[in-house]
Design a protein around this ligand. Structure first.
Ligand code: GLY
Length: 353
């Protein structure tokens, strides 16, 4: 079993292995003595894996309750958050009890935010069931729900006590969900690790899955250890996300997060070449790696549409923005730029060399 230790305000382990669902109760007991455990999951994921998790926790001595909700981003809202909080209160959960988040990013964010707020904070355990959640959102303690005005506008930094990545579940994912998470893994390669990047570019995601998850989590761990509250180095994790968020927004969230980040990652690398910051070559390498993971670098939106979407988001935050610019595979830089320059970057991302 691979293990990555995170040393943030809470110290915890991320375990990566096959068969972890069946051991989830036993492994949780190492960090939270058997108590009451509220399993939080969407109805689809619960129908696949919920019983196995419940049985494992019960066998380890936990008293298990269940909170399920309809699958999809639309459930990451204050209404479902409130229902979960009331479910915890109605069942008389106390601060020494735990929440178990079984699912993808929506479940982890929602359950983690409830954990941060219920009785001013209880422990929670993440069991990610998508590759994107395994390599990114389940680690690092960012929790949130969406408000009418935008995504993730209400949330907290609240670290889990344990993360269990069962690679049997990840291997069973449909190709589009694997590609979605692979985009974030390619991002980690571009940020810090050429060997990871080359593995993905060689189309070896599935046969090197444990290595890909472990290496991605290690890179995220290092950035979270350095900058848990996202005021400095952790911003590197937003590589590809400025244009990616604009694509998600233009598509009314029909284009998934990973696919949008893939396009954003390629476009920012290309812009750096078109603007003369990098010599040509890097963006083509990134496009090849993304294609090997089933990810396109094309979207149907013009540079103007993307710039308008990105600027309407960024204008709320003041006059400067931080761009994350790849300089070579394994090395990226944070670059401060006036918000007004964002349109030039997005246009350059479509430009000819
Ligand atoms: N997903 C970006 C971060 O955790 O900071």
């Amino acid at each position: 079993m691979r293990a990555v230790s995170v040393n943030a305000s809470v110290k915890y382990n991320v375990y990566i292995s096959s068969g972890l669902i069946g051991r989830s109760g036993e492994l949780s007991a190492l960090v939270a003595q058997p108590c009451r455990a509220m399993l939080v999951s969407d109805e689809r994921v619960y129908s696949l894996y919920g019983r196995a998790v419940e049985e494992s926790y019960a066998a380890a001595g936990y008293s298990v309750d269940r909170f399920t909700f309809p699958p999809g981003e639309a459930s990451k809202n204050l209404g479902v958050f409130g229902s979960l909080m009331n479910a915890l209160a109605d069942a008389r959960y106390i601060r020494s009890d735990i929440i178990v988040a079984l699912g993808g990013g929506v479940t982890g964010d929602l359950a983690g935010f409830a954990a941060s707020a219920y009785t001013r904070g209880i422990r929670y355990i993440q069991i990610p069931t998508t590759l994107l959640a395994a390599v990114d959102s389940s680690v690092g303690g960012k929790t949130a729900v969406n408000l009418n005005a935008g995504k993730n506008l209400a949330g907290a930094f609240w670290q889990p006590s344990l993360v269990l990545c069962d690679t049997d579940i990840l291997r069973d994912l449909p190709g589009d969900l694997l590609s979605d998470g692979a985009a974030e893994a390619v991002k980690y390669g571009v940020l810090r690790d050429e060997a990871l990047f080359d593995t993905l570019a060689a189309g070896r995601l599935i046969d090197a899955l444990d290595y890909v998850v472990e290496t991605s989590v290690c890179i995220k761990r290092d950035l979270v250890n350095e900058d848990e509250f996202d005021t400095g180095a952790r911003q590197l994790l937003n590589l590809g996300h400025t244009i990616g968020h604009a694509i998600e927004s233009c598509s009314k969230y029909e284009i998934s997060h990973g696919r949008a980040v893939a396009i954003g990652l390629y476009r920012i690398a290309r812009a750096a070449e078109v603007l003369g910051i990098n010599p040509p070559g890097l963006s083509a390498r990134i496009r090849t790696a993304l294609a090997a993971c089933g990810l396109s670098t094309e979207c149907g939106y013009t540079a103007d549409e993307l710039a308008n979407a990105a600027l309407s988001d960024k204008k709320r935050r003041g006059g400067m923005l931080t761009l994350i610019v790849p300089r070579e595979i394994g090395r990226c830089e944070l670059m401060e730029a006036p918000i007004e320059n964002l349109r030039d970057w997005i246009t350059a991302g479509e430009g000819a060399l």
